[in-house]
Design a protein around this ligand. Structure first.
Ligand SMILES: Cc1cc2nc3c(=O)[nH]c(=O)nc-3n(C[C@H](O)[C@H](O)[C@H](O)COP(=O)(O)OP(=O)(O)OC[C@H]3O[C@@H](n4cnc5c(N)ncnc54)[C@H](O)[C@@H]3O)c2cc1C
Length: 464
């Protein structure tokens, strides 16, 4: 475990001397094995968790990269407890569904949350500092080492150890949750109307009951709009406890109709509640919940959910989900939970996944951990990617490595060039992981630069 910049430099320098490889882990939540590498030294950033500076005039905060979202949010709330609401700063977005994710890990995948008009996290990053493959400390921003800035954000830990990140905060606001039940055919228009009406965040959580006409069709549409900061936030808001969540997890496997009924009625009962724009993005995640679940369900084999995120042009959403519905029923895919959000195009990160302003559909698929069970889910993911590709869509690289070579090359035509640049910055391939080795083997043999990357003219004013 490293706990300072000096410790990172010393670890990298020693690895260079001994010709060892390095992997980097933050919250260890990535699921494609990008934080681990066989026979590599593992740099664990958990103890790099301090706030280094906070400028209350500009809303810029510099943190060590191992800090996780709850600590950062708590710090901001605590240091601003005597500051009136309209002058407080907060984070713009974080991942939903899990909280103990590090800022370094979030930069590494260029994460996104449930903002309705937000680009991925790179838009919230002013600069970062990194220790490269020679043990050299570098500052990266849109003005300084800008190519490395574009490569390392969304670069899966392959360009060095990010030591600190300066983030652009946003005014902290009170927001009202507005909930309704809706069907996916009405969703693209409904999202558009919410955006026009000034809503900031939102998502749609759909039914996973394949016995019902609601399957991947009807869902809970929840959006959040800013309200007058003078409106009080009730002390005792309705919220789900860990036990409630645990029961819902059980129902989502054992009785999906009842899970949707209970979940939607809870959400509808919270319509009108006031939340803070940052803490409403936090959520309960029950570690290792599947152990207990497998026992309660009487399963003979161990299972987990594997997530995938698929992107399609927004107007393609209803037709895409209609095809998925037929496919999942025909192939007996056990869908446990799913949600739809909006993605806004990102032209900054090199290995960017938000190539257009897509609709993002998240699937949690129950996967039995036997060779046949894993292959069953892998095939489902591949079919989903094909359904997206034929509509001009794509998928997120973060969650697994099941995509075929053709799928990777179609959705990420810049990937071979990304590997070439990685080897230019890090000729010994000091920073690596099993995730990297997978793609290196799949794509790295293409020596020709087949992809020409559009150079960016940075908006200098925007980064000042
Ligand atoms: C339940 C769940 C929900 C999720 N929800 C979302 C979501 O809503 N939106 C979304 O975008 N993603 C989501 N994710 C994916 C998640 O954002 C990524 O997997 C993220 O990278 C995990 O961060 P971590 O701190 O756990 O990183 P780790 O798993 O520890 O590492 C992930 C990657 O980050 C690199 N890394 C970590 N720290 C550093 C550093 N200091 N310097 C350089 N590289 C570093 C590692 O090398 C590795 O490549 C979710 C994941 C889970 C498990």
């Amino acid at each position: 475990m490293v706990d300072s910049l000096e410790a990172i430099v010393a670890t990298v320098t020693k690895a260079v001397e001994k010709n060892q490889f390095i992997s980097i882990a933050g919250g260890r939540h990535a699921m494609g094995c990008q934080q681990f590498g066989t026979d590599t030294i593992l740099i664990d950033t958990t103890r790099l968790n301090q706030v280094l500076s906070f400028n209350t005039a500009t809303g810029m905060i510099e943190v060590e990269a191992g800090i996780q979202w709850p600590k950062l949010i708590d710090y901001l709330i605590e240091t601003q407890k005597n500051v009136p609401w309209p002058q407080q700063w907060g984070i713009a977005q974080k991942q939903t569904g899990a909280d103990r994710l590090s800022i370094g890990g979030s930069l590494a995948c260029n994460a996104h949350g449930r903002g309705l008009k937000m680009q991925p996290l790179i838009a919230d990053v002013d600069s970062f500092s990194i220790v490269d493959a020679n043990g050299k400390f570098l500052k990266c921003s849109r003005l300084e080492n800008s190519e490395l800035f574009r490569l390392a954000i969304g670069g899966y830990g392959l360009f060095g150890v990010i030591y600190s990140v300066t983030m652009r905060l946003t005014p902290r606001q009170k927001v009202e949750r507005v909930v309704e039940l809706l069907t996916v055919d009405k969703l693209p228009k409904a999202f558009e109307e919410r955006i026009q009406a000034g809503f900031l965040y939102g998502d749609f959580q759909f039914s996973t009951d394949d016995q019902s006409d609601d399957f991947l069709y009807r869902g809970v549409f929840s959006c959040y709009r800013p309200v007058d900061p003078a409106i009080p936030m009730a002390e005792a808001q309705k919220e789900l406890s860990e036990d409630n969540w645990s029961h819902l997890y059980y129902l989502s496997h054992a009785d999906k109709a009842e899970a949707f009924r209970q979940y939607s009625s809870y959400y509808l009962s919270t319509s009108g509640q006031i939340y803070a724009s940052d803490t409403h993005q936090l959520s309960i995640y029950l570690d290792n919940y599947h152990h207990e679940l497998d026992h309660d369900l009487g399963s003979e084999e161990q299972a987990t959910e594997i997530i995938t995120e698929i992107y399609v042009p927004r107007l393609e959403l209803p037709s895409f989900l209609a095809e998925v519905r037929d496919d999942f029923r025909a192939n007996k895919v056990n869908m446990v939970y799913g949600t739809i959000r909006l993605i806004v195009q990102d032209e900054e990160s090199f290995l960017g996944w938000a190539k257009q302003s897509y609709a993002c559909i998240i699937f949690n698929i129950n996967t039995v951990h036997t060779p046949a069970g894993l292959e069953h889910s892998a095939n489902a993911f591949r079919r989903l990617i094909d359904m997206a590709i034929k509509r001009g869509g794509s998928y997120y690289l973060t969650y697994h490595t099941y995509a075929t070579r053709v799928q990777v090359e179609t959705c990420y035509p810049q990937f071979a060039e990304f590997i070439r640049l990685k080897r230019l910055y890090d000729p010994e391939e000091r920073f690596q992981s099993n995730w990297y080795r997978h793609y290196r083997e799949m794509l790295g043999s293409q020596e020709a630069n087949t992809y020409s990357v559009k150079p960016l003219v940075w908006d200098v004013k925007a980064s000042n």
